[in-house]
Design a protein around this ligand. Structure first.
Ligand SMILES: [Zn+2]
Length: 332
């Protein structure tokens, strides 16, 4: 089985945006509404059949671990209460899709984060989606402020309530930001990759993974700039008596293969242990065009992994085995 660990519902019906705008228009009086119940099964099918499902078929992948659209999380907008409803509706849609297409999608949820609000406000939703809806993981936004990083870093005890719940429920988190309002940072070109590297360094420089030894974090987009500068991080760890990088990430930190060219994938596999790499494409996502140098979509990452010349055992590990290790609740 070829499992794509990183897919978002980027083709959601427009009703969701209308709902969000109605929240913004009257934040003092938000009510739950019923948008995720009102969208029909036919609408869900129509939004997926010509996109994610078609691409799965064309590219030869079997299953996508599927979560709400990352840009739509927009935790910096809304209010604490508005974002509780927003996350609930998004997660309900993901649940319904996974019920409609159990062979194509497995559910990962977004959290009702809001800047300055302790993430323990996410516990109810984590329990609901895992215990009641069968979700197998969460996306954790390390910067709900949208590019200003004024909430505590990932090693701060601010985040411990979420970590404790993750450990209890045996679910991993993909560390995934949303939009940015900081004009210095392009959304998917800078902010995403900054966040990936920031998370990596926060794990490297702290004891949080010792405190929570069973937790598993996926750093998307190939780990940001981390693999390219692996020598720098190994050297920093050595100079500062931090736990060596390979030991630090072992059984705890994983990178996906959302790197959109062959030399990048070659490098990723050259420097990062294969135990720490999960196949992912993030389709349909940030980069949708065709690479004129290859004639194929940039985000058709399976082509790059296939071209590595891995052994059968290594291929199985990256396409399936590691995903099953990271997502113990994934049972197909
Ligand atoms: Zn993503």
């Amino acid at each position: 089985m070829i499992i794509d660990c990183h897919g978002h519902y980027t083709t959601v019906p427009a009703e969701m945006q209308t709902y969000r705008e109605a929240q913004f228009a009257d934040l003092a009086n938000v009510s739950r509404g019923s948008v995720s119940e009102d969208i029909t099964d036919d609408q869900l099918r129509e939004s997926l059949e010509g996109a994610q499902i078609k691409l799965q078929r064309e590219r030869g992948t079997d299953m996508t671990i599927f979560s709400p659209r990352a840009s739509a999380m927009a935790h910096h907008l809304g209010s604490e209460k508005a974002n509780v409803y927003w996350a609930e509706h998004w997660n309900n849609l993901i649940y319904r899709i996974c019920q409609l297409y159990p062979d194509n999608f497995a559910p990962v949820g977004m959290l009702p984060q809001f800047p300055g609000v302790n993430p323990k406000n996410c516990i109810d939703e984590i329990e609901r989606i895992v215990n009641e809806l069968g979700f197998i993981g969460i996306n954790l936004n390390p910067d709900p402020t949208g590019g200003w990083w004024t909430d505590p870093p990932l090693f701060d005890e601010w985040w411990y309530p979420v970590y404790e719940k993750m450990a209890e429920l045996q679910i991993p988190a993909m560390v995934h930001v949303s939009q940015t309002t900081n004009k210095h940072f392009h959304f998917t070109g800078t902010h995403y990759l900054n966040a990936d590297l920031t998370a990596f360094m926060q794990f490297l420089t702290s004891d949080v993974l010792d405190r929570f030894p069973t937790l598993k974090f996926i750093i998307p987009h190939g780990g940001g700039a981390a693999p390219y500068h692996w020598g720098r991080y190994r050297g920093l760890a050595q100079d500062n008596n931090w736990t060596p990088v390979a030991e630090r990430i072992k059984d705890s930190v994983y990178f996906d293969t959302c790197v959109y060219h062959q030399p990048g994938i070659d490098l990723l596999f050259k420097v990062v242990p294969k135990d720490n790499i999960l196949f992912g494409s993030e389709m349909v996502g940030a980069v949708r065009g065709i690479d004129p140098e290859t004639g194929f979509n940039y985000d058709d990452t399976k082509r790059y992994v296939d071209a590595l010349g891995l052994s059968d055992a290594e291929r199985t590990q990256v396409y399936e085995g590691n995903v099953r290790t990271v997502f113990p609740r994934f049972k197909r």
